[in-house]
Design a protein around this ligand. Structure first.
Ligand code: NCD
Length: 321
C-alpha cells in the first residue's frame, strides 16, 4: 500500500489506521480536543481550511459520518461539495476515476470517499494528482479510520489511558469496518485485552491484533471497561444468512441485566445507526453508561482535526515546490 504520509512525515491521506504510529494517532486526538465543543457551547469557527475545496463522495448511505465531515469542513472555512450515489454520474456509468478527474479539474484538494467495494480509497490515492488528498469515510467491511479515531477520543476522555483497559467489541464483527479500525487503534495505543464477542457466524475470519474470541456475551463483557456494540449489518450478509432479531436480542443483546457483569464504570459505545431491541436495549442506549452521543460529538472534532492536519501537509508541500 502506498504510504499515507508524505516524505516529510506529514499526514497526506487517511484510508487506514494500520501503520500509523502512536504519536500520529495521539496528535490527531490532541488536535481534536482543541476543536471539540460540547452541545450548547458555541461551535469552533476557524479559517484553517480557507481556500481548501473538499468533495464528499458518498457511494453508500450515511447520516453521521457525512453530516460530520460536512460540518467539520464548514466550521474550518472550507468550500464543500457533496455528491451521493443518486445524484452522481457514477450511476450513469461514469467510472469513479472520471468523477475524480472531473472534480480535480474544479480544483478539489481533498476527496472524502465512502464506498461498499474494497480497494476504492487506495485506488484513488494511486490516481490523484500530487497536490490532492484522499480520506476514507468507510471502505467496505475493512476500514473506517475516522470512526476509529472518534472512538479512541471518546475512550481517552473517560479513561485517560489505553494500557490496562478491557475492551469488548460485541456483535456483527465479521462485517464491521468500525471494529477493524477500533481494534487497530487500540493495539497501537496500548490496549492488550480486546474481546471479540459474537455468535460464531458473525466472528471475523481473520485475527484482530491481540484479541480473544468469545461466543457468549456474558463471558465476553465480564469486567469490561468499555463495551462497544455493533450494528447487525444485514445489507452486507449473504441472502442465505437468516438472522432472527428476537433470538439475537435474547442471546446477544446488551440489556441492563447483562451490563451489570461489566465494570461499574463501563462505557457503552455504538457507532450508530442503532437497532434498538436487536443489539442493544433502549434503556442501555439511553442509560447512564452510554457515551453514544458523545461519540457523535467527537466525530465532528476528529474530522476537523484530520482535515486541518491534511490541509497543512498539502500547504507545506505547495510551499516546498
Ligand atoms: C458505521 C458505518 O457506516 O460503518 N456507521 C457510522 O459510520 N457511524 C457502522 C454501521 O453502519 O453499522
Amino acid at each position: 500500500m502506498q504510504s499515507q504520509e508524505d516524505v516529510r512525515g506529514g499526514l497526506r491521506h487517511l484510508i487506514n489506521l494500520q501503520g500509523l504510529s502512536r504519536q500520529t494517532l495521539t496528535s490527531i486526538l490532541d488536535r481534536a480536543e482543541i476543536f471539540r465543543r460540547l452541545p450548547g457551547q458555541p461551535t469552533y469557527s476557524g479559517q484553517e481550511l480557507r481556500g481548501v475545496t473538499i468533495a464528499n463522495l458518498f457511494f453508500e448511505p450515511s447520516t453521521r459520518t457525512r453530516a460530520s465531515f460536512e460540518l467539520a469542513a464548514l466550521r474550518l472555512g472550507a468550500q464543500v461539495v457533496n455528491l451521493d450515489l443518486q445524484s452522481s454520474s457514477r450511476v450513469k456509468g461514469e467510472s469513479i476515476l472520471d468523477t475524480l478527474f472531473t472534480l480535480e479539474a474544479m480544483n478539489t484538494d481533498i476527496f472524502v470517499i465512502r464506498d461498499s467495494e474494497p480497494g476504492v480509497p487506495e485506488y484513488l490515492i494511486n490516481h490523484v494528482a500530487p497536490h490532492v488528498s484522499v480520506i476514507s469515510a468507510g471502505e467496505a467491511h475493512l476500514s473506517h479510520p475516522t470512526q476509529g479515531l472518534l472512538d479512541m477520543l471518546t475512550i481517552r476522555t473517560h479513561k485517560r489511558h489505553f494500557a490496562g483497559l478491557k475492551v469488548a467489541i460485541v456483535g456483527d464483527l465479521r462485517h464491521s469496518r468500525v471494529a477493524r479500525s477500533a481494534a487497530q487503534a487500540l493495539a497501537t495505543l496500548g490496549t492488550t485485552d480486546v474481546r471479540l464477542v459474537a455468535p460464531e457466524p458473525l466472528l471475523p475470519d481473520e485475527d484482530f491484533p491481540g484479541s480473544q474470541r468469545f461466543t457468549r456475551i456474558e463471558a465476553g463483557i465480564a469486567g469490561a471497561d468499555v463495551v462497544m456494540m455493533l450494528r447487525i449489518q444485514k445489507e452486507r450478509m449473504k441472502k442465505s444468512t437468516s438472522l432472527d432479531d428476537a433470538a439475537y436480542f435474547r442471546d446477544f443483546g446488551l440489556t441492563e441485566a447483562r451490563l451489570t457483569l461489566a465494570s461499574p464504570s463501563v462505557l457503552v459505545m455504538h457507532p450508530g445507526p442503532m437497532n434498538r431491541g436487536v443489539e442493544i436495549a433502549s434503556e442501555v442506549a439511553d442509560g447512564p453508561h452510554s457515551v453514544i452521543r458523545e461519540q457523535v460529538n467527537n466525530g465532528v472534532a476528529v474530522r476537523m482535526a484530520v482535515l486541518a492536519i491534511i490541509a497543512n501537509t498539502l500547504a507545506q508541500q505547495r510551499r516546498a515546490l
